[in-house]
Design a protein around this ligand. Structure first.
Ligand code: HSE
Length: 434
């Protein structure tokens, strides 16, 4: 007998969960038309049944429960939407739902990045869908293109700005010449960065998102633990000035490249040419540049976070799951893991570099520095020396290199630090082009 409605169980009624509930209620008619029948919230698992919570009036109190067992015992839930974030108990809830034969929807990047392979296997075994369109890039359609629209391609690279908070901070530093702590403070005041901003500023959030995209793009099991990640807290306003002088800006990039049968996956700040597409992505926006052998370069751009944007992706996943249920199928996309693909150690990557250091203002200094670089097979592409501080007898030099191996640059940095004429190595940043 045809189903008359699809039952939704929602876990979490916070920023994302609350917005999803609102959309399911306010757009019920449109969603019913799209899905093929009404999608009805049957139960909502919350941490506390606070009567003063937002949505208290719109959502009948009887739908709320704080009891996990009561939530899972509720009959008629076809789709479980997990909207609490974090690894646990979200992972347990997803496993429990899948094991019960319920389709699942989540925007939880940490769980999917760390446990996506096992959850996919479990969902496949149970014949249900596991959807996570909101886990990367908020409302930007990204997961579905990787799963469906780009499958005829051999994806060769992803170069992305996928953390809005850090992009906001870097944009402020670049535009206003302010330092990192002031830009971070401003991001916190505006509610972009959390009180503990480590997840964003240390590249942790971005490396989860890159793990998800790389796993889909390369049909590989790319775990976050295998992804090199470095944040933006070492950047100084002087780096932005140097970048500008050399025709670059600085962005936190998430990069995945397929080279022969091996992939590079890394998250770090990078110099990008000021006329490149990614250099123009400002503020909290995200942009993901994907290159495939058939499609060429495609750019996905938009709001990468926020309740409204994320609810767009989560609700679409609910509708897709409802359509599958009505048609008696599970998610038709297959996630394979190509075991032949290996992840390149960071030491083996090859890219260009920028170095900024304080050196003694005396003759023969550049010769000593270029000897160290030359001995490590690193070729210099540009050198800028600022006016010396006469009292301190120190001057600042910036060097950019031609492509070199990471291992060689690390070795050279160690040797440079030991030179008596090098007072301080202030920063080194990789230089990328899209
Ligand atoms: N904290 C993330 C960002 C949003 O700043 O992009 C959630 O993924």
């Amino acid at each position: 007998m045809a189903k008359e409605s699809i039952g939704i169980g929602l876990i979490g009624l916070g920023i994302v969960g609350g917005q999803v509930a609102k959309v399911l209620l306010e757009k019920a008619d449109i969603l019913a038309e799209q899905a093929g029948c009404p999608c009805v919230i049957r139960k909502i698992k919350v941490l506390s049944a606070d009567p003063d919570r937002p949505l208290a009036r719109e959502i009948p109190a009887g739908l709320l429960t704080t009891d996990t067992d009561e939530f899972f015992a509720e009959p008629g839930i076809d789709i479980v939407v997990e909207a609490i974030g974090g690894e646990n108990p979200a992972l347990d809830y997803l496993k429990r739902a899948i094991s019960r034969g319920q389709h699942t929807v989540t925007s939880n990047k940490e769980v999917i990045a760390k446990h996506g392979t096992e959850l996919h296997a479990l969902a496949r075994k149970q014949g249900v869908g596991l959807r996570y369109g909101g886990s990367v890039g908020g409302g930007i359609p990204l997961i579905a293109p990787f799963k469906y629209d780009l499958v005829a391609n051999r994806i060769t690279s992803i170069c992305a700005i996928i953390n809005g908070t850090t992009n906001y901070i870097l944009t402020r530093m670049e535009r206003e010449g302010i330092d990192f702590p002031s830009a971070l403070k401003s991001a916190q005041e505006l509610g972009y960065a959390e009180a503990n901003p480590a997840n964003d500023i240390e590249g942790i959030d971005a490396h989860y998102k890159l793990a998800i995209m790389a796993s889909l793009a390369f049909q590989a099991d790319v775990r976050p633990g295998k992804i090199y990640h470095e944040g933006i807290s070492r950047l100084d306003s002087r780096d932005f000035r140097c970048a500008r002088e050399l025709g670059f800006t600085i962005k936190l990039l998430a990069i995945a490249k397929l080279i022969n049968n091996s992939i590079e996956v890394r998250v770090h700040p990078a110099f990008v040419p000021e006329d490149s597409l990614l250099a123009k992505v400002d503020g909290v926006h995200n942009a993901i540049l994907v290159e495939g052998d058939l499609v060429g370069k495609v750019l996905f751009y938009g709001e990468g976070a926020g309740a409204l944007a994320t609810s767009s992706a989560v609700t679409a996943d609910v509708v897709s799951s409802a359509q599958d249920i009505l048609h008696g199928v599970s998610d038709r996309a297959v996630r394979k893991s190509a075991s032949a693909i290996s992840i390149k150690p960071m030491a083996e990557i090859e890219t260009r570099y920028y170095l900024r250091m304080n050196v003694a203002d005396q003759s023969g200094v550049l010769a000593q520095i270029s000897k160290v670089l030359g001995d490590n097979q690193i070729s210099i592409s540009a050198v800028i020396q600022n006016e010396a501080d006469i009292t301190a007898q120190v001057s600042e030099i910036m060097i950019t290199t031609h492509p070199a191996h990471e291992k060689a640059i690390q070795q050279a940095l160690g040797e440079l630090a030991k030179l008596g004429v090098v007072k301080e190595i202030n920063n080194f940043i990789r230089v990328e082009s899209d």
